[in-house]
Design a protein around this ligand. Structure first.
Ligand code: ATP
Length: 282
């Protein structure tokens, strides 16, 4: 398990109201978990406890591995440029200077903000600042990624990138726990859901991409395919050297985005519903 909570209670200040009263939670690696609930019920509090930025007042909190967290409110007036901030954070997380540089540049590029890399964070627009907040968490490649309304304020392209990044993290064995008020967020990718109510968690159904649901086949040709791909597609080598990837349709957009952004490049030959795909279904 990446996360195991038992009997967790949290209140702010001695004698304060118990926000979380009795939370039990066990989450294995490789999942995407939705946390929902009405305003003020304790969703952010739960994520803070998971992130280790707030301590539980009772119960046990076990988290295996490295954590990264996008808080609901990102402190915007930091005395760094976006690039320096990301590099600093990478260093704090134990990455080498070279790795930090590469990952900072990678995420600045993916979120379309490389042009703002040398701008002090305090002068960035709200949405650009949010992209930096998201990038600092993603560059850690953490075992537990916590996203508190991380999509808020992002433009459409960045929301898609974040969706893809979440799918990639889960495909690589990471656990992602997110709070978002959009009920459709990561629909089809989410593996479990919990409602926070009256200080406890209640399991809720999620529209997971079932093994019997629609699938998409993508035929590609590449010198080298990335090891981890969103949705863990099945890979079938074809006679002409191409590879047929088959994935749950809900993952196909994120998989395509990942393939199109791959280095070395991946050439996409066809995309089709699996039953009509080139090469047929195995
Ligand atoms: N630092 C704090 N000090 C005191 N009370 C706090 C603090 N942070 C949160 N609270 C209170 O704890 C309760 C739960 O807040 P929390 O932010 O966890 O809820 P939420 O479900 O994430 O809400 P929202 O959907 O509005 O973001 C609220 O009543 C809030 O006022």
């Amino acid at each position: 398990m990446t996360v195991r909570l038992a009997g967790v209670g949290k209140r702010y200040g001695r004698g304060g109201r118990w926000i979380l009263r009795d939370v039990a939670l066990a989450l294995p690696p490789g999942g995407i978990v939705r946390v929902e609930g009405a305003n003020g019920t304790g969703k952010s509090t739960l994520l803070k406890v998971l992130a280790g930025v707030e301590r539980a007042d009772r119960g046990t909190v076990e988290v295996a591995g490295r954590r990264a967290y996008v808080p609901e409110r990102f402190p915007p007036a930091l005395p760094f440029t976006a690039r320096d901030y990301l590099r600093q954070l990478a260093r704090v997380r134990g990455l080498s200077a070279g790795q930090g540089r590469r990952r900072a540049d990678h995420w600045l590029e993916r979120f379309g903000i490389a042009g703002y890399a040398d701008t002090p964070i305090g002068r960035l627009s709200k949405g650009t600042c949010q992209k930096v907040a998201v990038a600092q968490a993603l560059l850690a490649e953490a075992d537990l990624l916590l996203l508190d309304e991380a999509w808020t304020g992002l433009d459409r392209a960045a929301r898609g990138e974040l969706d893809a990044a979440v799918a990639e993290r889960a495909a690589a064995g990471g656990l992602v726990v997110f709070v978002d008020h959009d009920p459709g967020r990561l629909a089809g990718l989410t593996t479990a859901g919990h409602l926070v109510k009256d200080g406890t968690l209640h399991g809720i159904p999620v529209a997971a991409a079932g093994p019997d649901g629609p699938r998409t086949a993508i035929v590609v040709r590449a010198e080298r395919l990335p090891e981890h791909l969103p949705g863990n597609p099945g890979r079938t080598p074809l006679a002409d050297g191409a590879v047929r990837l088959e994935v749950a349709a809900a993952h196909s957009d994120t998989l395509l985005r990942r393939l199109l952004g791959s280095v070395p490049p991946v050439h996409v030959h066809s995309v089709a519903p699996a039953e009509h795909a080139e090469g047929g279904r195995p």
